[in-house]
Ligand binder design. Structure first.
Ligand SMILES: [Fe+2]
Length: 116
């Protein structure tokens, strides 16, 4: 089950704050691993927009940390707020920065299997 689906599942659940903490922790781990992988590739292939792209990642890291701090501090963060933040940011980032990176890699016929 995707993390977004897990977030949607806890909307309105009486135990949503505790569950949200767990989901946010998993989301931070997943996103950090993904961002590190992407940033490593961008540096290794000389992607020209690496700073702008990494800044977007950094902003999302900060958003998630803030959300986790609120939820971890006992603040009742509505799961809908987390969904809106994560889904909205992901769609925006995938359609923009990630697409530009993907196009760059395709144009140069860069084989990502070399970077695993
Ligand atoms: Fe990215």
């Amino acid at each position: 089950m995707s993390l977004i689906a897990r977030l949607e599942e806890i909307v309105g659940h009486p135990d949503s704050t505790a569950r949200l903490n767990e989901i946010l922790e998993n989301l931070e781990l997943y996103i950090e691993a993904h961002f590190e992988y992407e940033e490593s590739i961008m540096r290794r292939v000389g992607f020209p927009c690496v700073d702008e792209h990494s800044k977007q990642h950094q902003d999302m890291r900060q958003h998630l940390r803030s959300l986790s701090a609120l939820a971890g501090g006992g603040f009742a963060v509505p799961p809908e707020h987390a969904i809106q933040l994560v889904e909205g940011w992901l769609n925006w980032h995938l359609d923009g920065a990630d697409r530009r990176l993907s196009d760059f890699l395709k144009e140069r016929r860069i084989d990502l299997s070399k970077f695993v």
